[in-house]
Write a protein that binds this ligand. Structure first.
Ligand SMILES: Nc1ncnc2c1ncn2[C@@H]1O[C@H](COP(=O)(O)OP(=O)(O)OP(=O)(O)O)[C@@H](O)[C@H]1O
Length: 682
């Protein structure tokens, strides 16, 4: 006999709204009573006027929510409009989201059996969604809801997509949605679209979120999250504090967080991972983490009050202008707003965050701190080497940002299309550039427009290169070379290595130049870590030569050390390493932005170097030099070369050798050339 489906009323009068239990970017969620059924439900109220006319998106969410039928996917009972709002009626999940539970009671994250259970149930939902052609696109703890019995349901299809929804059944997407911290690199890049593997990345990030209480990089503003996700090694359970987690958990995370989506397992395959043997029943979840919690509405109010307090504190620190930006990023934003003011605000927040990173973890040992820093100090910074402005007003740290104004003003609405110009480069594409004797001028840049256009085609991009590049990339070649690049004042500093290190870090696994053998990097440091999804071990990047020195996430390869630092922009052989449109003037704004971000990290490294010099770190006899070498690596890598030379290496009288055995050798430069503090006059 056919079971008649319960028909929920589609009239607001039939519901009684109780307290607020959740808030998203576009909606408020209430506990409510469905009067005719005397049943408690949740109603998500979307203000249609606040939804930027994204009615299609809303329609899609409601449609998806009504079609799905799986115990781990939150299904909408019904939906209807009421005035300017859309009401979506759904089962009430009294436990709230995993994010809320962590924020209120488990700020350090959950125990492993809980994580395994939550993840297994979430994965069941993903297996179902993927099998039915849906990509969720916003998997995160905030969208994993629990009912009072500990049953997990994945919610929020606001950004979900159907892989079969285009006429040609194209299986990839080309739109930019999701929440930055959880967003897969390929979603950020929008190079070749993406598919359901993007959910697997987000699932891996969610695993880390459940383990730590927050997602990696969650303290950073979106632009930095984006750069870190693209440039850093994938995050993992690698720190001292992660010792408590099992090998299988670490392997699961590593399997999901592979930058190349092709190497990530499908949800179905992942479901067979041994980690899920640790999973328990939903009852266990209810007993372990829900028992004794105040009602959801109360918790929500408490959290709101806490956030309001934080905002007040931050308002004192940053002023009114930053409030919106703060608010967005404290909550873990889902929306992107890339106007210049926001970028400035976000960049201005970074230093404080970097401080917090240390302050928040007073129990971290030196190694942890160094590791934390090493993860975040991922790219070279240009201070002391590239300068746009020699005026005295540098102290406030905003000059560089101001100088970005012209460039960032032309940032397109989808910023990654702009950054794409920096990331999507093959070695062949770089052949047309010519530099002479390290003096970079417009006349010496032979920029071939035809070749550049060709690049877009040969790379099979979804977007036409010329239109996807920000205006400043081309315009900058005409304007920005009027002085800032005075690196010839610093013959010790390998400008090309610097730019290429930066460049190299912008490339990742599947974006290597097409002829790796031709690569001729002289940048001394490589910071890369590949995870092989099959055996989950770290794999050396053989294209760069054997690893001759490694500590933590840093490694020095023979290819790195076989080349002496040299000013190479003049060299024909290295010319091919620069993309045709990546002149110094075009990357300058980005470098300046990066520079702004890395100031404190540099200071921290200098402090650590001093710490090591003072013998405050006890390692084996040989380890002191290793430590210095490693810090030298971090130093060079962070690109603060001039300062660090003067502060530490001149004092020490040695620098990281470029010989194969990575010994130290005399610095060969005079202290007068680069004193600490010289950077401002560079
Ligand atoms: N059915 C439900 N029962 C209980 N709480 C819910 C329910 N649905 C949502 N919530 C709560 O409301 C919050 C916001 O809901 P939702 O994520 O759907 O809104 P959103 O605008 O799409 O948010 P975002 O885009 O930030 O993810 C959730 O994080 C959750 O805490």
């Amino acid at each position: 006999m056919e079971v008649l489906e319960k028909k929920y009323p589609v009239d607001a009068k039939e519901y009684k709204l109780y307290e607020e239990v959740g808030e998203g970017v576009s909606a408020t969620v209430y506990r409510a009573l469905c009067i005719p059924f005397n049943e408690v439900v949740a109603i998500k109220v979307l203000d249609l006027e606040r939804c930027n006319n994204d009615l299609d998106g809303i329609r899609r969410e409601v449609h998806t929510m009504s079609l799905i039928d799986h115990p781990n996917v939150l299904r909408a009972h019904c939906s209807f409009t009421a005035g300017h709002s859309l009401w979506v009626v759904m089962p009430y999940m009294a436990g709230g989201s995993c994010l809320h539970i962590m924020k209120s009671t488990y700020p350090e994250g959950f125990e492993e059996p809980i994580i395994a259970t939550l993840l297994r149930e979430t994965l069941k939902a993903l297996v179902y969604l993927h099998a039915h052609g849906h990509i969720h696109r916003d998997v995160k703890a905030g969208n994993i809801l629990l009912d009072s019995n500990g049953t997990v349901k994945v919610a929020d299809f606001g950004v979900s997509a159907c892989m079969f929804d285009t006429g040609d059944r194209q299986r990839t997407r080309n739109t930019f949605v999701g929440t930055p911290c959880w967003m897969a690199p390929e979603v950020m890049q929008q190079l070749h679209g993406y598919d359901f593997k993007a959910d697997i990345w987000s699932f891996g990030i969610t695993a880390l979120e459940l383990a730590h209480g927050h997602a990696p990089f969650s303290k950073y503003p979106p632009m930095k999250v984006l750069l870190m996700t693209l440039q850093n090694a994938p995050p993992g359970l690698d720190y001292e504090r992660d010792k408590r987690f099992s090998k299988s958990f670490k392997e699961l995370v590593a399997a999901c967080l592979v930058k190349d989506p092709k190497k990530r397992p499908t949800s179905e395959k992942l479901f067979k991972h041994p980690f899920f043997k640790h999973a328990k029943s939903s009852d266990f979840v209810a007993r372990s983490i829900l028992d004794g919690l105040p009602p959801l509405g109360e918790r929500f109010q408490m959290l709101k009050a806490k956030e309001a307090d934080l905002l007040v504190q931050n308002k004192d620190l940053y002023g009114d202008k930053d409030q919106l930006s703060q608010q967005e990023y404290i909550r873990g934003i889902s929306a992107w707003n890339f106007n210049l003011e926001d970028l400035k605000n976000q960049a201005a927040l970074i230093q404080d965050d970097d401080n917090n990173l240390i302050e928040e973890n007073p129990n971290l040992g030196l190694k942890d701190r160094l590791d934390e820093q090493s993860v975040h100090t991922d790219k070279p910074s240009s201070e002391g080497t590239i300068h746009s402005n020699t005026s005295d007003s540098h102290e406030d740290g905003f000059d560089d940002l101001d100088s970005l104004e012209g460039s960032l003003a032309s940032f397109p609405i989808q910023p990654l299309q702009a950054l794409k110009g920096y990331f999507d480069i093959g070695e062949d594409d770089m052949k047309s550039i010519r530099y002479k004797n390290a003096s970079l001028t417009d006349a010496e840049i032979n920029f071939s427009k035809t070749e550049n256009e060709q690049v877009g085609r040969t790379n099979g991009d979804n977007l036409v290169r010329s239109s996807s590049l920000p205006q400043f990339v081309n315009a900058g070649q005409k304007k920005a070379l009027s002085g800032p690049l005075l690196y010839e004042n610093y013959p010790e500093f390998d400008m090309s290595g610097y730019i290429r290190s930066f460049w190299k870090e912008c490339n990742w696994d599947n974006m290597q130049p097409r002829h790796p053998a031709d690569r001729n990097y002289s940048g001394p440091i490589s910071y890369r870590q590949r995870r092989d999804t099959n055996n989950n071990t770290l794999v050396e990047d053989s294209s760069e030569g054997a690893v001759v020195k490694r500590k933590g996430r840093f490694q020095v390869t023979s290819a790195d050390v076989s080349q002496k630092g040299q000013i190479c922009l003049s060299s024909g052989s290295t010319a091919g390493l620069m993309p045709p449109y990546l002149s110094a003037s075009t990357i300058l704004p980005t470098l300046q932005y990066v520079l702004q971000q890395n100031n404190l990290q540099r200071d921290e490294l200098i402090k650590l170097i001093k710490h090591v010099e003072l013998g405050n770190i006890c390692e084996s006899a040989d380890a002191t030099s290793n430590g210095i070498s490693q810090l030298g690596v971090a130093w060079h890598w962070s690109g603060k070369s001039v300062d660090c030379y003067s502060d530490t290496f001149l004092a020490h009288g040695c620098r990281m050798s470029t010989q194969h055995d990575a010994r130290h050798e005399p610095l060969g430069t005079t202290p007068g050339k680069c004193r600490l503090g010289d950077r401002k006059s560079v």
